[in-house]
Design a binder for this molecule. Structure first.
Ligand SMILES: Nc1ncnc2c1ncn2[C@@H]1O[C@H](COP(=O)(O)OP(=O)(O)O)[C@@H](O)[C@H]1O
Ligand SMILES: [Mg+2]
Length: 348
């Protein structure tokens, strides 16, 4: 008796120290011990109660039967919900001696959410790749059949096919950029970068698009522009994506302004912050879309983005690059009033 009591006290002390819910259950299903985390989850009345009356989900009941029948490592998932969220628990039952099961609950909600996100991402990518492939396959068939002897149609179809192939190339290269940036997001780049060089390089690369859109782009740089610790190529990508969007979606405003400034203090930043605004005077964005623009594949107008060769990944890449630089993206816009995309970068 004494030694049993001694064991019990030790077990209680041990399981109380564990952060996740743990219960000791007798063969008849009665809970003879529950740690603090289990009491918080299931209520104090769980002690001494019938476990099946509290974990009332068929999967858990079946798992308990298996465990009591001698299964060494039975698991099941168990879902609890509160007003604000649902929690998914993985319940594991392991025998301890002949008469007791140790039930432990492990919160796997984050894993479930990450898996759901991954599935959605794969579905999106597949969908995005499928549409150009469908177009290509259709034209290949046409060229093999009815259009084989029609040089004019062939020229037209080949140029559509080239555009679709280009779209796929763009998508694949955006996906690669995204995965590269996400992979390195924890590693902050430290090389001093002169942002005026970055902006001039971006403008030079987009010069053909600027000229063909007939848009005037002005660049305003203060004299004493500080360098920022960063990754030159990634920063070029940030302003390339922002300027490209301004050209694609804000072209009817006729002009684009890029302006750099130093802000002495911004909440959430230590020390001065380098701010770059990319402003267009186009049709602007409805506020309901603004919080979602940096989500992968989110576009206000899907067909329009597609027509422009967009992938819906540009701003997601911008956000991840800025995160890696411990920076931030702010978007201000109203319908009919153009849009300003501002990047904030720490200077130290
Ligand atoms: N300057 C802008 N003016 C209006 N809408 C914009 C602007 N920049 C981005 N958007 C909207 O945000 C969406 C997402 O942008 P992005 O991630 O770069 O994808 P993409 O350009 O490939 O569609 C665009 O499809 C567009 O609807
Ligand atoms: Mg874009």
């Amino acid at each position: 008796m004494d030694s049993h009591l001694h064991d019990t006290l030790n077990f209680d002390a041990l399981i109380t120290a564990l952060p996740e819910p743990v219960l000791l259950v007798a063969r008849d299903g009665r809970v003879w011990s529950a740690n603090q985390a289990a009491v918080e989850l299931l209520g104090a009345q769980i002690r001494g109660a019938q476990i099946r009356a509290h974990l009332r989900q068929p999967e858990v009941a079946a798992m308990l039967d298996r465990a009591l029948a001698g299964s060494e490592n039975a698991t099941a998932s168990f879902v609890t919900s509160s007003a604000s969220a649902e929690t998914v628990w993985q319940v594991t039952a392991r025998p301890m001696g002949a008469d007791t099961l140790v039930l432990s609950l492990h919160d796997i909600s984050h894993r479930e959410a990450a898996e759901a996100q991954r599935r959605e991402f794969v579905a999106n990518v597949s969908h995005e790749l499928r549409s150009p492939l469908t177009v290509l396959a259709g034209f290949i068939e046409t060229l093999q059949g009815s259009a084989a002897q029609d040089p004019a149609a062939r020229q037209e179809f080949l140029s559509i096919m080239a555009r679709e192939a280009e779209r796929m190339t763009g998508l694949v290269s955006d996906l690669l950029s995204l995965s590269r940036v996400e992979g390195a997001e924890k590693i902050r780049p430290r090389t001093p970068v002169a942002i005026d060089m970055v902006l001039r390089a971006t403008l030079a690369a987009l010069r053909p698009q600027i000229e063909s859109a007939g848009i005037e782009v002005t660049l305003t740089l203060p004299e004493d522009l500080p360098e920022v610790p960063g990754d030159y190529d990634q920063l070029v990508q940030v302003y390339h994506n922002l300027l490209e969007n301004a050209l694609k979606y804000g072209a009817n405003g006729g002009r684009i302004k890029i302006a750099a400034s130093t802000v002495p203090a911004v909440p959430g930043f230590e020390g001065p912050v380098l701010r770059i605004d990319v402003t267009d005077y186009g049709e602007g964005i409805d506020p309901i879309h603004i919080p979602r623009l940096t989500e992968r594949f989110y576009r206000v107008d899907r067909a329009r983005s597609r027509d422009q060769g967009g992938t819906g990944l540009g701003l997601a890449i911008v956000k991840h690059i800025l995160n890696r630089h411990r920076g931030r993206l702010c978007i201000r816009s109203a319908p009919g009033e153009g849009a300003t995309f501002s990047t904030l970068l720490p200077t130290g």
